[in-house]
Design a binder for this molecule. Structure first.
Ligand SMILES: Nc1ncnc2c1ncn2[C@@H]1O[C@H](COP(=O)(O)OP(=O)(O)OP(=O)(O)O)[C@@H](O)[C@H]1O
Ligand SMILES: [Mg+2]
Length: 315
């Protein structure tokens, strides 16, 4: 294991009965980076995270987390990793301060230091006005800041965040990400799962998961550059009908209406060597424009039904 990676897995898999929730996952997460898991519901994000925290035992494959082999080093790792679960998992009937005191005790932080650390976190995450408020009565954004404070109370080297911003408005999400970059700058490695494209674009690197399989990984920019499809926008009349027609073509990965335009992904192949010409023949008098792909296009291209099953890594 190279010391450059906080997490390294090979063939990591977990089966629940008939469901292969995580299918031979290979990961390399550089230390100090923010690494994203982007995937639809049921793609295996939470299950992967739970294996990497040592809570679930893989049915196959290996995982090395902070230089320790899993399974086997769960207890050793407990104090070195932080985990913010998908669902708020603190005590609704304890106040902010009481929740943090309780978590500090679980991590065995000495009383004098615990108090100082608690106050530091209350200050950092701007929870002072809610200090005595019961956690259950707080807003989504406040709960999320408390959950992050609790997950980082023992200053973990590696932090797992499972859809941390699902109950948070865009402004609070942006602010939350500023805090993640602060943690990353201070050397913390962060693995964060998300459904949001804007969040995925902020990650240093990400893996796109679908049905337990990693479809692609790399930096957001590299994934966009390496996309094996053309992105073309069409404007004009009757886009609904055109969409239905285009979806019948095997070269078309997807066609989605975005406002007054139809955004079409066309598979790069010998038939589409001249993509604009190819599409113009089908779009008639409508106007076409080749546009730069975004991460959502990459995601659709990776998880769409017409995509090849193999994952590819791009530097
Ligand atoms: N304890 C379990 N028992 C049986 N099946 C499970 C269990 N946990 C997860 N699964 C199944 O494993 C698959 C992956 O689930 P997982 O929760 O990891 O997905 P996810 O990507 O986190 O989804 P979401 O975005 O909805 O949180 C799903 O098909 C789910 O039904
Ligand atoms: Mg999940």
């Amino acid at each position: 294991m190279s010391q450059d990676y906080a997490v390294e897995t090979q063939g990591l898999s977990l089966r629940f009965g008939q469901t292969l929730a995580v299918d031979a996952l290979d990961l390399k997460i550089p230390r100090g980076s923010i690494y994203g898991f982007l995937g639809p519901n049921g793609s295996g994000k939470s299950t992967s995270i739970r294996m990497l925290t040592g809570l679930l035992k893989p049915s196959a494959g290996t995982a090395i987390v902070l230089g320790e082999h899993l399974p086997g080093a769960e207890e050793k790792l407990r104090l070195r990793i932080g985990y913010m679960t998908q669902k708020f998992s603190l005590y609704d009937n304890l106040s902010v301060q009481e929740n943090l005191d309780f978590v500090a005790r679980i991590y065995g932080i000495k009383r004098a230091h615990a108090k100082q650390r608690r106050d530091e976190l209350i200050d950092l995450y701007e929870l002072d006005p809610q200090r005595k408020q019961l956690a259950g009565s707080m807003s989504g954004g406040q709960k999320q800041r408390l959950a992050l404070a609790a997950a980082t109370i023992h200053a973990p080297e590696l932090l797992f965040l499972d859809e941390p911003t699902s109950a948070v408005d865009p402004e609070n999400r942006r602010e939350f990400w500023e805090r993640l970059f602060d943690l990353s700058d201070a050397g913390t490695t962060i693995l964060v799962s998300t459904h949001y494209m804007d969040e995925a674009e902020r990650c240093h690197q990400l893996a796109i998961l679908d049905l337990g399989v990693k479809r692609a990984d790399g930096t957001p920019q590299a994934l966009m550059n390496a996309m094996n499809a053309w992105t073309i926008e069409i404007s004009g009349d009757n886009l609904r009908a055109l969409k239905a027609t285009l979806e019948q073509e095997k070269e078309v990965v997807s066609a989605a209406q975005i406002g007054a335009r139809l955004r079409v992904l066309i598979h790069k192949c010998s038939n589409t060597a001249e993509p604009l010409l190819w599409l113009q023949q089908r779009a008639g008098a409508r106007e076409l424009e080749m546009v730069r792909p975004n991460l959502e296009d990459v995601f659709v291209n990776c998880t769409g039904s017409r995509v090849t099953q193999s994952a590819h890594h791009v530097e």
